[in-house]
Design a protein around this ligand. Structure first.
Ligand SMILES: Nc1ncnc2c1ncn2[C@@H]1O[C@H](COP(=O)(O)OP(=O)(O)OP(=O)(O)O)[C@@H](O)[C@H]1O
Ligand SMILES: [Mg+2]
Length: 389
C-alpha cells in the first residue's frame, strides 16, 4: 500500500480510486515522516502534483540513504526536462504527469518491483548464489538470437521451480529485446555507464525492467551511440552481479566478436551457437567454432542450436553436423508463429506453450537446467497492490 504526500481530501479519494482503497494520504512532510516511522515495511511514496519541488526533492533525498528500498514517484502537472533532471538527481524513481493514471500505476508497479528486489538483496539470500550464464550467439545476423534468448528466458522463468532469469541485451547498437517483449525502455544499460567499478546488486536491481514473474530484462541503450561507451569491464561487472542475483543470466548478443561479446564468452557457462539451414549461416557457424577453438573457449560449453529447422531448402541438419563435426543440441522449427508472436510482443513459449516451437524451447530450457548448478532461489512474495494492471 503506497503512502501519498498530497494536498486535499479530494486528492485522497482520487488516489484511493486509482491505487488502492487503503492508500494512506498525508499532507505534510512531517506527517509523512511519522507515518514511515510507524510503517517500516512501506516501500512507496507518491508525491502529489501540488507538492512543491523543494519538498519533493527533500523527501527523496532524505529517504534515499535512510531507506534505500523506499521508492518515490513524483507527479507533476507538466513534464519539463529541468524538473525531471532535478527529481531524478534527488533520487526520485519516476516522474509522471498528473492526469496520466496509467503512467502512475505503471510507475508505482515498477517502483515496487525494484523495492522487492532490493529487499531480496538486503536479506542476503542471493549472495551465496551463482546463477548460470548463457550466451546466445551467431556471427551472422538474423539467425534468431533475440527469438531464442527471449523464448529461452521465458521458458526458464516459467518452469514452476521458481528459477529467476535476467535477460541482458548486449546487442548494444541495435538490440531489440525491448521491442520483442514490448517493454518500455525507461531504464537501459546507458544508465549503468556512470557505475563502472561500483556496480552492485542494488544498482542492477534499479536498472532492470521486469517482464513477468521471475524474469527481468536489462535493455540495450535507446541511443545507439552509447554503445561505444559500454566497455568489456562494465559488461563483465553487469554479468557478474546479475549472476549473483538470478539463477540464469541469458545474454542476447550482436552478430560480431566485439570486446563485450568476448568478455561474455569468457564468463559464460554455456554458449548457444545458432545456425539456420543456409550456406552463409553454416559458413559463419564453422568460422565461429574455429574462432572459439583458436581462442581456447572450451568445447564442453558449446551447444549448437539449429533455428528454423525443418525448412526444405536443400540443406539438412545432418549436413550441418557433418560439416562442423559437432552434434546439434536442439532444433527449433520454422513457423509463422514466431514472427506473429514477435509482432504481438510476447514469446511463443507464453502465448502457445503447446506449439512445436514452444516445445523445442522447453527442451532447450531443460538442457540448461540439467547442466545448471544454480541454486533454487528464495521465493519472493508477490503482493497484489493495484486495482488496475
Ligand atoms: N523459428 C523461426 N521461425 C520463423 N521465423 C523465425 C524463427 N526464428 C526467427 N525468426 C524470424 O527471423 C527474424 C530474425 O530473428 P531474430 O530477430 O530473432 O534474429 P537475430 O539473430 O536476433 O537478428 P539480429 O542479428 O538482427 O539481432 C525475425 O523476424 C523472426 O521472427
Ligand atoms: Mg537480435
Amino acid at each position: 500500500m503506497p503512502v501519498v504526500l498530497g494536498d486535499t481530501d479530494r486528492d485522497a479519494d482520487r488516489f484511493r480510486f486509482t491505487l488502492a482503497d487503503d492508500v494512506a494520504v498525508v499532507d505534510t512532510a512531517q506527517k509523512l515522516d511519522a507515518y514511515l516511522e510507524s510503517h517500516p515495511d512501506e516501500d512507496l511514496v507518491v508525491v502529489g502534483p501540488d507538492v512543491t519541488m523543494a519538498v519533493a526533492t527533500e523527501v527523496a533525498e532524505t529517504y534515499r540513504l535512510r531507506r534505500p528500498h523506499l521508492g518515490v514517484v513524483l507527479m507533476r502537472r507538466r513534464m519539463e526536462v529541468s524538473t525531471m533532471t532535478e527529481a531524478l538527481r534527488a533520487g526520485v524513481r519516476e516522474v509522471v504527469v498528473a492526469d496520466d493514471v496509467e503512467a502512475l500505476v505503471g510507475a508505482c508497479k515498477r517502483s515496487m518491483a525494484v523495492s522487492e528486489q532490493l529487499r531480496h538483496v538486503e536479506s542476503g539470500d542471493s549472495n551465496s548464489r551463482r546463477g548460470k550464464i548463457i550466451l546466445v550467439f551467431s556471427s551472422k545476423g538474423g539467425c534468431g538470437k533475440t527469438t531464442v534468448s527471449t523464448n529461452l528466458a521465458a521458458a526458464l522463468s516459467s518452469g514452476g521451480d521458481g528459477a529467476s532469469v535476467c535477460l541482458v541485451d548486449f546487442d548494444l547498437e541495435t538490440g531489440d529485446v525491448a521491442i520483442a517483449l514490448q517493454l518500455d525502455p525507461t531504464r537501459t544499460i546507458s544508465d549503468a555507464l556512470g557505475m563502472q567499478g561500483g556496480l552492485d546488486e542494488r544498482a542492477l536491481a534499479s536498472l532492470v525492467v521486469p517482464y513477468k514473474a521471475n524474469m527481468d530484462c536489462l535493455l540495450a541503450p535507446t541511443k545507439p551511440s552509447d554503445a561505444e561507451f559500454v566497455s568489456a569491464a562494465l559488461a563483465g561487472e553487469i554479468v557478474q552481479v546479475a549472476a549473483e542475483m538470478y539463477d540464469f543470466v541469458i545474454i542476447d548478443a550482436p552478430p560480431a566478436f566485439t570486446d563485450v561479446v568476448l568478455k561474455c564468452f569468457d564468463m559464460a557457462d554455456t554458449y548457444i551457437l545458432l545456425t539456420t539451414l543456409d550456406l552463409p549461416a553454416l559458413k559463419n557457424l564453422k568460422v565461429t567454432l574455429d574462432t572459439l577453438d583458436n581462442l581456447g573457449f572450451p568445447r564442453t560449453k558449446w551447444q549448437i542450436v539449429l533455428n528454423r529447422g525443418g525448412s526444405r531448402v536443400g540443406l539438412t541438419s545432418d549436413d550441418i553436423e557433418r560439416t562442423v563435426g559437432v552434434p546439434i543440441s536442439v532444433e527449433i522449427p520454422s513457423s509463422v508463429e514466431v514472427p506473429l508472436r514477435l509482432n504481438e510482443g510476447i514469446t511463443v513459449v507464453e502465448a502457445n506453450p503447446r506449439h512445436d516451437v514452444a516445445r523445442a524451447f522447453a527442451e532447450l530450457a531443460d538442457k540448461q537446467r540439467k547442466i545448471s548448478g544454480a541454486a533454487k532461489p528464495a521465493q519472493v512474495t508477490k503482493r497484489s497492490m493495484f486495482k488496475r494492471s
